[in-house]
Design a protein around this ligand. Structure first.
Ligand code: MN
Length: 202
């Protein structure tokens, strides 16, 4: 077990003798300086997309039922989930059916991101602070998704909800629908069916 609080909810939900998901190594909390993001397509009891941003050494996570859009007029519901270890960004495979989140996981998009929210004096607001305040803006540099995105919290407490929305910029495109048309892993080029058949990435 990591120290109290660090990935506690993530560890509680899983049996690492059965699931091949990464346990997560505490040392990354300090080592992780590169800002990465990952979006995992997850065919669990309900298909959804898990949107994760590396902030302060852990992957801050939201489940986005419809997946991200490239249309700046589309808000996508994003329900926060527990922090995941940075190693999870490379996880692609099958979680056993009787386990938490049982089902197929694909690395649907991945890359780096840049903080893009400044205060009135023009200084970047740390991502931790943006998320605490419930309004975060960043620029994705993925293979499928690029440009500005914003995450906005709309309710707090047990029923905490956010939405994920494309910023209007040169990468915005209302006609693209990558969630439906770009169906392969950016990690292995596999489809969900292939991952389901073959399991974890080789
Ligand atoms: Mn999920």
């Amino acid at each position: 077990m990591g120290k109290k609080g660090f990935l506690e909810k993530y560890h509680e939900k899983r049996d690492f003798d059965i699931s091949s998901e990464p346990f997560g190594d505490e040392k990354h909390k300090k080592d992780s300086e590169k800002q990465i993001f990952v979006i995992q397509k997850h065919d669990a009891s309900r298909l959804h997309f898990d949107f994760r941003l590396l902030v302060d050494g852990v992957l801050k996570s939201w489940a986005v039922p419809k997946g991200p859009s490239t249309d700046p007029d589309e808000k996508r519901l994003a329900v926060p989930t527990e922090d995941h270890p940075v190693e999870y960004a490379d996880f692609e495979g099958v979680i056993p059916e009787d386990q938490y989140g049982g089902g197929t996981v694909m690395v649907w998009d991945a890359g780096t991101y840049e903080n893009d929210k400044k205060d009135d004096d023009g200084n970047l607001i740390p991502m931790e602070e943006q998320l605490k305040n419930g309004h975060s803006t960043f620029i994705l540099n993925g293979k499928k998704l690029k440009g500005g995105y914003t995450l906005i919290r709309t309710s707090k407490g047990d029923d905490e909800k956010w939405f994920l929305k494309k910023v209007k910029d040169e990468e915005a495109d209302a006609r693209r629908n990558p969630v439906n048309t770009e169906n392969k892993s950016v990690l292995t080029g596999r489809t969900m069916k292939q991952i389901e058949k073959e399991g974890n990435k080789k």
